[in-house]
Write a protein that binds this ligand. Sequence first.
Ligand code: SAH
Length: 373
Amino acid sequence: MPVTEKINLLDYNRAALETFFVSNGEKPFRARQLMQWVHQRGVTDFALMTDMSKKLREFLQRHCCIEHPRMLEQQKSADGTRKWLLGVDDSDNAIECVLIPEKSRMTLCVSSQLGCTLNCSFCSTAKQGFNRNLTTAEIIAQLHFAHHSLLAEGYEQGVTNVVMMGMGEPLLNFDAVIAAVDMMCDDFGYALSKRRVTISTAGVVPAMHKLEQVTDVALAVSLHAPNDRLRNQLVPINRKYPIKELMQACHSYIDGYRSRKITFEYVMLEGVNDSLEHARQLVKLIGDMPCKLNLIPFNPYPHAIYRCSEQSTIDRFRDYTAGKGIVTVTRRARGDDIDAACGQLVGAFQDRSRRSSKYQLSLSQIEGVNLAH
Ligand code: SAH
């Protein structure tokens, strides 16, 4: 049974926790103590928080909880990538998060929504429709879970980088995402440097402007096309916020901040956006901006209408953009044998946006639907 009447303190960043403690007659520093217990030591039982008075611990036990999703399933890819399925809504629905180990870092790919409303034509999350925004607790719980799993296994550092590139559009769940990002970067939370936390957006322009006011974490923009005609097809939100406005928002995010750069993501779709002419247009568009270009080989999924560009085409594209001075990296597909690669995260949830029985998954179907190739 979920403890719905209790306040889930995992929803609160430090500022909100301080307000909570002060309004209950406690000192603000209790917020820092609680965060250290929960996020740094992985302790969620108030009774064990021994630097708080017995009275306070009893108060917390009575009125509060630290509730996070339950782990339903763990998968490990041949390349070390791990995918976790975390149950929410009494395990009626589930979110996926993916850990990508590399030599010097452990990157966690975090989801922000159950499904997505944006309907990008090459993304399998889009095909599932949309259920709801994740809460702050459900977002930070993904990091809590992955980080403490790693520490328990003896990894010294735990998670070192977070990319908000799982299911959903983070900027359409703005407040919850920002509160979670606060905890990721907080010295009493996960103490990740702002350069190591990346928010990725398909281009929700007004929210990008708002973002620059409240945080300076790294920003990635899913560009995928160098002109409006093509981008309208691939990333439909472009019809609302066309490339010119998107570029202005990008400039506005980095102008005046010498250390800021935008990462542009560009999925390589055979015969669609991968010609040298596209590369030329792209250089014109982003060449004057402090930025990095990530070429993402398209990850296939059942019934996809695209194919990944040939390696030689990707190399030619990269050589062109790199030759024009844009730092260009071709991203390696990670975890594709467990459907954990970009655009393959589908979670398992009931689609409330379309109410189509075709998309309604029950828990018993998760395995078949979610984990099959
Ligand atoms: N909504 C946000 C966060 C999702 S991030 C955004 O659009 O940025 C996931 C990244 O993977 C995005 O760049 C997305 O466009 C890309 N992607 C989606 N489907 C893909 C696929 N099938 N193959 C490769 N990349 C994909």
